[in-house]
Write a protein that binds this ligand. Structure first.
Ligand SMILES: [Zn+2]
Ligand SMILES: [Zn+2]
Length: 363
């Protein structure tokens, strides 16, 4: 099959012919229908985060089940599925206490004694996030999939696989924003834009979108923001304090920078909660005034993949979409062939808010 392989950081990925092993017990072979180009993939291309190489990136995908291994009971060939990087084992402490997104995942990967799922001329190739979605086929554990109806296009389904699940989940699952609250979203790209619409779904009274480009702020308004702030002038936390008469109940960091993470904390009203979603590079330290914990009761928390239980969450998000309460069509504006993936990364670096989605895996 064709796949886009990352062999070296800061180099173009190359489309190569890769061999896929037969499905082992509990594994499923999925023919990829669409694969979104997510900012997290770009972080690995740029070396801000690391993965064993060679590696097939891509983790925001949907497709059709082609074959199943032994003991697979959840899906059968022909089923439509969304993949999720929160593959869960179902038996570890985190899974059994209702936090499968924190799964320690000992039972969902092949051991080093087994043949690799993917290889090229004898060389093992890593699947990013146990998925490797920039490829015509994905060989995954059945617990990395959710079954869905076949009545929504693959690109929209793919977006639910990461961007929507992360952004919506941060608001609805991680922070549990309640009706009437005031919410600030810092960074209105592929994740932040979903935080904005989740805040609207949750009944927030005031939703303040913060970004540096007109394009993103305009889209944020369309998606439910009541106020927008152009961050290019700086002093974001102070300006939010003035605008809200003392701070927001919830803030969401959806960029991955030290400064914006600190801003998110400093814009909280007493008792407020900042949720950090963005991939702040490993090793970066965030500095907070400790007095604010005690005197103002401000809190800050991390967020892993929208604290999802994706087999429950994703079908709900699809229903919201069908009812017109969740916008996805506006975000898919560029469908590309696999060979154009480096162009998609370049567009993403250029700050485009909309997603490139790979839909042609033969070219
Ligand atoms: Zn992603
Ligand atoms: Zn587990």
């Amino acid at each position: 099959m064709k796949a886009a392989v990352l062999r070296e950081v800061n180099q173009p990925v190359t489309v190569e012919d890769v061999q896929v092993d037969a499905p082992a017990p509990r594994e499923v072979l999925v023919r990829t229908g669409a694969s979104g180009v997510c900012h997290s993939d770009l972080h690995f291309v740029e070396g801000l985060y690391t993965t064993p190489m060679p590696c097939i990136l891509g983790h925001e995908a949907a497709g059709i089940v082609e074959a199943v291994g032994e003991q697979v009971s959840y899906v059968k060939p022909g089923d439509w599925v969304i993949s999720c990087l929160s593959v869960f084992c179902g038996i570890c402490e985190y899974c059994t206490r209702g936090q499968p997104y924190l799964c320690t995942r000992t039972a969902v990967t092949r051991s080093s004694n087994d043949p690799p799922r993917l290889r090229r001329d004898g060389e093992a190739i890593t699947q990013f996030a146990q998925l490797g979605a920039y490829a015509a086929e994905m060989l995954v554990h059945e617990n990395a999939l959710v079954k869905v109806d076949d009545d929504i296009p693959f690109p929209q389904l793919a977006l639910i696989g990461c961007g929507a699940t992360t952004g919506l989940g941060a608001v609805l699952n991680t922070a549990r924003v309640e009706p009437g609250s005031t919410v600030a979203v810092v960074g209105c790209g592929g994740i932040g834009i979903h935080c904005v619409q989740a805040a609207a779904l949750a009944g927030a009274l005031r939703i303040i979108a913060i970004d540096t480009t007109e394009d993103k702020l305009g889209l944020a308004r369309e998606f439910g923001a009541t106020d927008v702030i152009d961050a290019t002038a700086g002093n974001v936390a102070e300006r939010i304090m003035d605008l809200t008469d003392g701070g927001v109940d919830y803030s969401f960091e959806a960029i991955g920078l030290k400064q914006t993470a600190e801003d998110c904390y400093n814009m909280l009203r007493p008792g407020g909660m900042a949720t950090i979603i963005g991939m702040v590079p490993e090793g970066v330290k965030i500095e907070l005034d400790a007095g604010n914990f005690l005197r103002r009761g401000r809190a800050i928390q991390g967020c892993t993949m929208g604290s999802n239980r994706f087999r429950t969450d994703m079908p709900r998000y699809i229903e919201f979409y069908k009812q017109g309460r969740l916008k996805l069509d506006e975000l898919v504006t560029q469908e590309l062939a696999l060979s154009e993936i480096n162009r998609a990364f370049a567009d993403m670096k250029a700050q485009s808010v909309r997603r490139s989605v790979i839909t042609d895996f033969d070219n």
